[in-house]
Design a protein around this ligand. Sequence first.
Ligand SMILES: Nc1ncnc2c1ncn2[C@@H]1O[C@H](COP(=O)(O)OP(=O)(O)O)[C@@H](O)[C@H]1O
Ligand SMILES: [Mg+2]
Length: 239
Amino acid sequence: MSGLELENVIAGYRGRPVLHDVSLAIPARGSLTVVGPNGSGKSTLMKTVVGLLRPDKGRVLLEGEDITRLDPPERARRGLGYVPQEANVFRSMTVLENLKVAFEFTPPRSGAGLAARIDGVLELFPEIRPKLKTAAGHLSGGQRQMLAMAAALMPEPTVLALDEPSAGLSPKNAELLFAAIARIAAAGVTLLMIEQNTRLGLSVAARGLVLVAGQVKAEAPAEALLSDTLMQSLYLGGR
Ligand SMILES: Nc1ncnc2c1ncn2[C@@H]1O[C@H](COP(=O)(O)OP(=O)(O)O)[C@@H](O)[C@H]1O
Ligand SMILES: [Mg+2]
């Protein structure tokens, strides 16, 4: 069974499609990075997955269950975690308070307690352990993204959707963040990521999908896309 699946999705704005018959499937515990030029529909795809946009046609499936008609909080309760690109933490609250709020908003279905979940996420993000009493607004950009991911993991989601995690980060912080993302994937969370930094995004995922003008141009092992010079020069800004 797939962890996450899009089935022939057509979606857009005011009746004008942006995604044209997009299908994808991420196996449970698998990972997929969506790359593609600006304006190709990556954010639209993410909005469709998390429920901020209702597709005109097609279905979204979470662990085999049709979630197409569910709103974002209900998708979260079913195990879909989401880290938006921006405004993804409460800046005036401490790191610890952010983690608590995330836990209270969507308690884990496993019944795991707050302390156990905090331990769990701090194992994945040891970088924020010394910062528990720090206001999120005082963290570095990279630490703040780690906190956003840690908060999204508090409810123990089975699938985590990440929108442009490297946006606005220095190359060094982006590397650190992606090391953390690799740990999330290794922990068995199904991962869907959208990333402008093609090399970094594909480096931590099992598979990559190239979205161009709202259509799937390629879906292949991430390594194969990384070494495909024609694909790189045609669609991914070359290197
Ligand atoms: N809220 C919106 N209303 C109307 N058109 C939009 C909206 N958001 C995005 N679009 C259009 O949809 C297309 C794809 O945008 P987007 O999904 O943001 O692409 P990407 O994230 O790959 O850069 C673009 O042509 C963009 O102008
Ligand atoms: Mg975008």
